[in-house]
Design a protein around this ligand. Structure first.
Ligand code: ARG
Length: 467
């Protein structure tokens, strides 16, 4: 039976064209959502008296069997049935016979596929929300654990000022909390049913789209049938969200790669999340972090791909839109993977405190604070900046830091600087002075962590619902 080829198409579709146009090999994962939509549709049709109750019952029983076969891995996609929707109907026909022909009454594949994608995305969205929540929790755990560690903070990738490592982890926490909020807002907008739009104008049957929406547990129905079948905003918005989230992931991954180098040595990624080299026995490669960074390109590419596909399309449905699936599925799979392993990698990495201490003793990250001390004695900040810059230049030449500078030498080159000050330039003192609520003083960072823990407990239930 060829459901979409009536008397207008007397010749069989060319074999190669069939392969080219079919989506069944990649939309197969939509099957449970397709059946969920069909059951709601048939239920509504019988409630409205559009089809007989007995027929509805037969169809629903048959659909449930198709789903069971799919779940048991007994069903294979069939090319002659083009896509998942017609595969379901085709298989249903084999099970219940000609009654299956009633299923597609008052419906088009255009509103059907739009509905399937909404249901799929809402399901994936809940799962990703739970994973993102765990990512945030992992960062907060790290911040809690590493409160005693001070690292050089960087600007321009040059050591700038000492900062708590926890403060650095918490910066990523803030980024992912924004991503979490954006995901929730997207979810609200996506929670909308297009079913009932038919091909594009609605249908002449007395259907009730509000009823199928309610049966499916969706929040509202589209307010315009043309928009309902043409809209892929919810997918493009998802891909934009995913791209931004991945940019955050990628920046973190880049720092983990850098910090785990022999040159930095700030962290050691656990064996479970490191790979070896097939030739160089000394290596511990940070593959998980590298691939997280690498896959960001793929996610942004998928976003650009779908935006480019959509930008020239006239209303309403066009087959170009079939391209949405591989883009979105690939991104969902990619994020599922990354958000599963990265929190675990974070939780198991080891911070190399001795290495960091040694590094911090040899740099000039106290320079701003030394200049500030001169300002306190009446110098303008510009003059102080200049003088400290000169001294750092000299010290660099001598291979010395602020802590092991010769005091007599210092008196000679910079009489304005009291050598006593140098003992107040220890990293712990410098961070403690930064007391703004957003700043790096340990007390403030502790408060930020406490606030994040409250956020986590407030969101725990909603993050894990149905995930
Ligand atoms: N496989 C199609 C898609 O993924 C389903 C909708 C087809 N609709 C149509 N009128 N040809 O978009």
């Amino acid at each position: 039976m060829d459901m979409a080829r009536g008397p207008r198409l007397t010749m069989k579709l060319d074999e190669k064209a069939a392969h080219f146009t079919a989506s069944v090999f990649f939309d197969w994962r939509l099957l449970p959502f397709d059946i969920q939509g069909s059951i709601a549709h048939v239920t509504m049709l019988s409630e409205q008296g559009i089809i007989k109750t007995d027929d509805a019952h037969t169809i629903i029983t048959g659909l449930k069997q198709v789903l069971e076969e799919w779940q048991a891995g007994q069903l294979s996609p069939r090319l002659e049935w083009e896509d998942v929707h017609m595969n379901v109907e085709g298989r249903l026909n084999e099970i219940i016979g000609p009654v299956s022909g009633i299923l597609h009454t008052a419906r088009s594949r255009n509103d059907q596929v739009a509905l399937d994608m909404h249901l799929y995305m809402l399901d994936a969205g809940l799962r990703l929300k739970a994973l993102l929540y765990d990512m945030i929790a992992a960062l907060v755990d790290r911040a809690h654990e590493d409160l005693d560690v001070i690292i050089p903070g960087y600007t321009h990738m040059q050591a700038a000022q000492p900062v708590l490592l926890s403060h650095h982890w918490m910066a990523y926490k803030s980024m992912f909390v924004r991503d979490y909020a954006r995901l929730e807002e997207w979810y609200e907008r996506t929670n909308c049913s297009p079913l009932g739009a038919g091909a594009l104008t609605g249908t002449p049957y007395p259907t009730r789209p509000e009823r199928t929406q309610e049966l499916l547990g969706l929040k509202v129905v589209y307010d315009n049938s043309i928009d309902a079948v043409s809209d892929r905003d919810f997918l493009m918005e998802f891909l934009s969200w995913a791209s931004l989230t991945m940019v955050h992931m990628s920046r973190l991954a880049e720092e983990l790669v850098l910090w785990s180098t022999q040159e930095f040595g700030y962290i050691r990624i656990a064996d479970e999340y490191s790979t070896g080299s097939s030739i160089m026995p000394q290596k511990r490669n940070p593959d998980v972090a590298e691939l997280t960074r690498g896959k960001t390109g793929r996610v942004i590419g998928r976003m650009q791909g779908l935006f480019t596909t959509m930008k020239g399309l006239p209303l309403a449905y066009d087959s170009d839109m079939q391209e949405d699936k591989e883009a979105v599925f690939d991104v969902v799979d990619t994020l599922d993977g990354i958000l599963t392993v990265v929190p675990a990698m974070l939780r198991t990495l080891r911070v190399q405190r001795e290495r960091i201490l040694k590094r911090l003793g040899n740099d000039y990250t106290a320079a701003t604070d030394l200049a500030d001390l001169l300002v306190a004695k009446g110098m303008t900040f510009r003059e102080a900046h200049h003088l400290v810059g000169k001294i750092v230049g000299f010290l660099e030449g001598l291979g010395k830091g602020f802590h092991d500078v010769d005091r007599d030498w210092l008196k000679d080159v910079a009489p304005a600087i009291d050598p006593q000050w140098l003992q107040h330039l220890r990293p712990a003192e410098l961070v403690a002075k930064r007391q703004q609520s957003m700043a790096t003083a340990p007390q403030r960072v502790k408060e930020q962590i406490d606030a994040a823990k409250i956020w986590l407990s407030r969101h725990k239930e909603s993050a894990t619902e149905n995930a």
